[in-house]
Design a protein around this ligand. Sequence first.
Ligand code: AMP
Ligand code: MG
Length: 491
Amino acid sequence: MTRRTLETLSFDNSYARLPQAFYARLNPTPFSAPPYLVHANQAAAELIDLDPAQLARPEFTALFGGSALAPGMEPLAMLYSGHQFGVYVPQLGDGRAILLGEVKNEQGARWGLHLKGAGMTPFSRDGDGRAVLRSTIREYLCCAAMSGLGIPTTQALCLVGSDDKVYREQIETGAMLVRMAPSHVRFGTFEVFYYRKQHEHLKTLADYVIDQHFPHLRDAEEKYVRFFREVVERTAKLIAQWQGVGWAHGVMNTDNMSILGLTLDYGPYGFMDDYDAGFICNHSDHNGRYAFSQQPYIGLWNLSCLAQALLPLAEKEALKEGLETYQPLFEQEYVKLMRTKFGLGVERGEDDELIRDFLGLLQGSHADYTIVLRELSRFSTADGATNETLREHFLNRDRFDEWAVRYRDRLRNEYSRDDERRDRMDRVNPRYVLRNYLAQTAIEKACNKDFSEIDRLFTLLQDPFDDQPGMEAYALPPPNWGKHLAVSCSS
Ligand code: AMP
Ligand code: MG
């Protein structure tokens, strides 16, 4: 395997070869106070062939903290627009992020390195172009958590802080984060050219994305429709995974929807503690547009915006048919996933109902989603077993008992073995998730320059399915102070 240094990283920015209307070229604006490394991600470094020993060099912090450039980077801010809370906003774009460049690794895979918090750009509107340590820690840790859970996501390479002050609702510490993705193109990147009636650019963008990321469609008939159908599929699968793990994005605007079906743009997201289908993690989302239970529907809504933007390239009917595949695909993926979480090996018509009834019981009991599902792995099908540890989580014990009989019979019916099923379920029901209060603890320490908790969580969350010795406290429900922390868009 090639191990490169900072000086020999192989940059080649394919986005910079697109028409100038797609972006604004500019360099990051460094902090005035010297940047310091908060954390760096070895696994992400390996994706770009960077020798992990390089992460400790001051030049690494300078390069990925906005203070230096490497040859071949070609930094630029990407243009896009999008629907925010259902309303079309004609121009958004990277207002505080800069695509530093793209690294082509030894396997030929490209990774766009996007520096968030890099200063003002022509797309900054009223913003200051900065990011704060608090929100970058949340993004950094959640990327690790999603990766650990096997959910498609952008990766975070490193987090760099500065003593520069950033003004939000209060004065905060500034920071920059490098996130990596094969592409940072969003639904909104297509929308901007559609609404500007720049159909040539729209076609160039679609051809570029297909060429880079859907190469099997390059010469296909009806390639734009087939491309759209693949985006539908990826999005349905992604959102099924969010629902399965009890995670809400919080700001599912079309500018935050990745064309590759990655989890993108971490803001006021949340893993739910107590199960609540109506969970709203974004404090600013007063109407609950992006509530947990709405996400599958919003996925469809956002895809319909993308379909609209593709109208100049494809037949309306064909796009509509593509859109219609979403709902059944989502349902199928979600039930398949939940079946594994419930340890059901065989597919039965009544599974959907069995799962839904259990979630209904959880909701009525305000029971912790992660803990209860993990406990479900320990369900005993033996005669006379009362499954007391699980049972204790439910307020209405009689209804739980009724459900448990159905579940037991269902498992017996497929000759499920308790020990074998438990191992299988433990691979899909995490012991540890990034609860808001855990992130909050890491943030508070980091504001006092103690980064140990970030490191601890980062390591823990990369491996969320195994019981890790000494980490029992991290699997507990939140303490009272950490139950309903307000998280808003402000970042
Ligand atoms: P977000 O809510 O993070 O998806 O951002 C929506 C839009 O606002 C994007 O165009 C961002 O680049 C822009 N934006 C958010 N925060 C800032 C900021 N502090 N400075 C400049 N632009 C920002
Ligand atoms: Mg965004």
